[in-house]
Write a protein that binds this ligand. Sequence first.
Ligand SMILES: Cc1cc2nc3c(=O)[nH]c(=O)nc-3n(C[C@H](O)[C@H](O)[C@H](O)COP(=O)(O)OP(=O)(O)OC[C@H]3O[C@@H](n4cnc5c(N)ncnc54)[C@H](O)[C@@H]3O)c2cc1C
Length: 350
Amino acid sequence: MDFALSQEQAAVRDLCRDFAREVVTPAAEELDREHKFGYDIVRQMGELGLFGLPFSEQYGGAGADFLSLCLAIEEISRADAGVGITLEAAVCLGAAPIHDFGTEEQKQAWLPDLLSGKKLWAFGLTEPHAGSDAGATKTRAELRDGEWVVNGAKQFITNCGTDSYRKLGWHSSDTHPLSFEDCRVPEANLLGTRGGGYRQFLHTLMGGRIAIAALSVGVAQACLDASLAYAKERHAFGAPISKQQSIQFKLADMAMETELARTMVHKAATAYHHGTGETSDEVRMLAAMSKLYASETSKRAADQAVQIHGGYGFMEDYPVARYWRDVKVNEIGEGTSEVQRMLIARLLGL
Ligand SMILES: Cc1cc2nc3c(=O)[nH]c(=O)nc-3n(C[C@H](O)[C@H](O)[C@H](O)COP(=O)(O)OP(=O)(O)OC[C@H]3O[C@@H](n4cnc5c(N)ncnc54)[C@H](O)[C@@H]3O)c2cc1C
């Protein structure tokens, strides 16, 4: 068993770490404050090839593995989780279904623009009255005169750009509702097999969950970075607070849990990559566990980061306030923590 990254994986991580430090971090506070979508950052991520990382070169992808994508998402999210989710949703939820289930013609027609970041596609599963209970969705497509006629509504959809929500966090990401009234789609645009949509949705969410785990690790690492630096410079009772054992224990727990979550992501991403196509129970279990553990780790880390910063942690002058607002949704999107526990219990035979 080799836990070391390959040269290619390390190169992707380093490229994204540098890009995040030089481009995303300096913009993050303003994007958050102004609720702005980082168009220029997305354009640059497209030029770096991040949207095509795990896809075949024949469609404009980089031919890298799924772990490389997770490393990229971790590094970008360490700077701004809103930008991280933009990348995650565009790749895992927008482009992946076409790559995995599209016909050759559909892939040739749509993937090049998606893999270069010129277009971002969305994945609309959630509806106003059906989220966790995905089987209860009501949107319908009827085949009439050679066209699919779609009626229904979708809720909280990332990267779909219409009317906007006011959100607790992820201010630099785009989240919108969608509604379809006799929306006509050419018959040839059906993705995958007729009647197979639900199975395809579940397959798509598998990769998405591992990627959300990677995003969570990025924010947990950011919390640790900020807290370590602050604890060394903040003095109380004549010494840096980092000399207090209670602060040291918080930092030690954050470091340990972040590393554990990262290790789970690497294992899940590697298993998912090798099992693409047929998803085994082992991959399902790893996806659910890594998403659950990493998202809850990021929440604990953000909570402790604010605590270590004291009153300043409650102010927007320090990034930990943003991390604290951003992490909550990690436990909700792409399957809530309750849903992940249900999946794990089911896979345990319960
Ligand atoms: C910022 C943001 C971006 C999003 N992006 C997308 C996207 O791009 N595409 C998309 O399709 N969706 C997206 N979502 C939706 C997200 O996936 C759903 O919010 C999530 O799946 C939960 O569904 P819900 O909000 O309907 O909550 P509900 O399903 O109504 O759940 C409410 C609560 O009840 C619990 N619960 C429900 N059923 C059970 C049960 N059987 N046992 C125990 N507890 C249960 C849940 O865990 C939760 O705590 C996004 C959401 C947000 C906030």
